[in-house]
Design a binder for this molecule. Structure first.
Ligand code: PNS
Length: 180
């Protein structure tokens, strides 16, 4: 009787999910949850890019994601990184980068990034998870636009982010009403 013999290899135990997360959306949450079902540990790596203007500060973005995943103690961690992604991934001893794909339009950019990262660090692999259909229209950019115009984003982001966006909107309203 033929018996399948699997070659023993060390499983990838850690995966890095990098992004700007300005802010975290339901699309991101879904990818992190699904990645954590495959990899024992997922590191959410929040890019610190001082030359790019963001709505939420670096600390705010890290805090919001940490709050959302507090119940995943140890299985999902949230950290900041700056510089090259591959350098950060190598510093964690992981070999896996996770990215979400919403539509074909994402593919060009994502494939280019994966290829550049492979050129820089051939041992690092990029794994793509396709977004759920119901999240395919969601992006941080659209969420910010809608929220800052007072629109309802409750179906696009987790509750903690919805509340934080509402605070930002209120702050902006106050500033607008302030006499010059
Ligand atoms: O959520 P985003 O903004 O699409 O994430 C993009 C991110 C952070 C993954 C990408 O910009 C990145 O990896 N930046 C770090 C700089 C880097 O390594 N660049 C070379 C690969 S393009």
């Amino acid at each position: 009787m033929a018996r399948a013999t699997a070659k023993k290899s060390s499983p990838a135990s850690m995966a890095v999910f990098p992004g700007s997360f300005d802010p975290l959306t339901n699309g991101h949450v879904d990818i992190i949850e699904r990645a954590s079902e495959i990899f024992p540990q997922v590191i959410v790596a929040v890019l610190f890019n001082p030359s790019k203007e963001s709505l939420f500060s670096q600390a705010e973005r890290v805090a919001l994601i940490s709050k959302q995943f507090a119940r995943y103690k140890g299985r999902v961690s949230v950290v900041s990184f700056s510089g090259l992604l591959v350098d950060f991934v190598q510093s964690t001893k992981s070999r896996v980068v996770i990215r979400g794909l919403r539509a074909i339009s994402d593919f060009d950019y994502e494939a280019q990034m994966a290829l550049i990262n492979r050129k820089l660090a051939p041992k690092i692999e990029t794994f793509f998870l396709t977004a759920r259909e119901e999240h395919s229209y969601i992006s941080s950019t659209v969420v910010k636009q809608v929220a800052l115009l007072g629109g309802d984003v409750s179906k696009m982001v987790p509750k903690v982010v919805e509340q934080a966006l509402s605070k930002k909107w209120q702050e902006r309203q106050r500033l607008r009403r302030r006499p010059l």
